[in-house]
Design a protein around this ligand. Sequence first.
Ligand code: HEM
Length: 317
Amino acid sequence: MTTNNNLSSNNPQNVTDYPNNNTYFLVWNLKEELPQEQVQGVFRRVCALIVNLNNSALDRFPDSKASCVMSIGYEAWLKLDLPKPLPKELKSFETIAGVKHSAIATKGDLHFHIRADVKSFAYDMATVISGFMKEIADCVVEVQGFRYWDSRSILGFVDGTENPHGAERGYFAIIGDQDPAYKGGSYLFVQKYLHNLDAWKSLPVEEQEKVIGRSKEQDIEMSDEVKPKNSHIALANIGDDFKVVRDNMPFGNVATNEMGTYFICYASTFTTVEKMLRNMFLGDPVGNYDRILDFSTAVTGTLFFAPSMDMLDEFGG
Ligand code: HEM
């Protein structure tokens, strides 16, 4: 792969869109033992495929809002010999260990975020991608998220209300002049959370509302006088100038009793996400950690970089 990243344009991937009804989240790790040329060859093919799938979805079913965003982890970036210097804040995410809860770091080479209004569309995209990827990588995380009622998390609270809207989505999610070589790109941070729903459901609704900092039925924010300092939104809100675009989706498996939230956000700078995580897991002040974590365990945690669509196209050759 070349070290030339002087690209002529920088259209982003579909990172600012709203969550759709059905989502596949896939994390793949590259196989160790394969020859470099083979891995790079398939990687190039997959980059071209993602551009193709997005164009095709737009052309064939423009109203479906179907898309796939492909992102690359730090180790994979090096292994695939992608352009240097790297995106300024791309690194391996390291565990943030609080007194009681940890945001664990897990390995992830490539991430695919597939959104569609109907599941068939998302399924087809996932299987086509997998058809190529399985030659060079193993799928280590698959989460199929779904829209739960009026955009609620599986905890029953509306999730996404205070996300940036309109032009702010691009401002907070997409890299601009701060890293010219990677303009149009985005940092992607993901965590798979499992919830202890038995414990959560045994809390009276008024107590659940204190955990989140908003009312359950009406989705109204508590006033600062009433909102507990260890509520989720008190700790996750780090100021109006520091936001990310969240696309969380709930998932649920009755047989395994795995009910959870796939936390996913796109950001123009990873520092913002890190600050939110530190507030939640270490606490602010230290020890005042996010009460949502008493009911939610992060079982994965990985940072990726979503190059612009034009850069993906270049990678595709
Ligand atoms: C256990 C997984 C999580 C669940 C179920 C969850 C759910 C929620 C809910 C229900 C809200 C209130 C409505 C809204 O504004 O969206 C919210 C707000 C928010 N969450 Fe989370 N969240 C989770 C993890 C995280 C993580 C890991 C971060 C950051 C790294 C985060 C950042 C935020 C932010 C920035 C807000 C908006 C705060 C405000 O300005 O009011 N969340 N989340």
